[in-house]
Ligand binder design. Structure first.
Ligand code: HEC
Length: 118
């Protein structure tokens, strides 16, 4: 027991704790800068960032996976729609509110939104 307590307060345990803590704080920032970028799926991006408007059609947002809301928009193609998302449009903030989304992730989110059950 005494040994364990000694260890807890020893320099060595401080070093281990410090390393563990800095790993915890290091990961989120490196994630944002893309070093350990782990790509999220379109569905994940959608649920986190887009669904708050695109589930309900808030402010005229086309409802995800609801075909008739997309029929006018689809002919311009995914690329053009992706550009709208990146630059923002009317009530939609730039990047659809996802500050750290890559273009790739946003594209997958758009593709997810225009996937319809026949
Ligand atoms: C704050 C609400 C809001 C959020 C969050 C939001 N959108 Fe939108 N979105 C809108 C609105 C409103 C429109 C309709 C804008 C228009 O007609 O120009 C729209 C339009 C779109 C369109 C159609 C663009 C076009 O060219 O026709 C796509 C695609 C889209 N959003 C994708 C996304 C994606 C992907 C996300 C999440 C990463 C997202 N949106 C997040 C409100 C939002």
């Amino acid at each position: 027991m005494a040994m364990q307590l000694d260890f807890l307060f020893s320099k060595k345990s401080g070093l281990i704790l410090g390393t563990a803590l800095s790993a915890v704080f290091y990961l989120p920032t490196s994630h944002a800068s893309g070093v350990f970028m782990h790509e999220r799926t379109g569905g994940q991006i959608y649920v986190i960032f887009c669904s708050q408007c695109h589930d309900s059609g808030w402010e005229g947002a086309p409802v995800a996976q609801y075909k008739s809301d997309w029929e006018e928009r689809l002919p311009k193609g995914i690329d053009a729609m992706l550009q709208t998302v990146i630059s923002g449009s009317m009530a939609m903030p730039p990047n659809g509110q996802c500050g750290d989304c890559s273009e790739h992730e946003l594209r997958h989110a758009v593709e997810y939104m225009v996937t319809f059950e026949e």
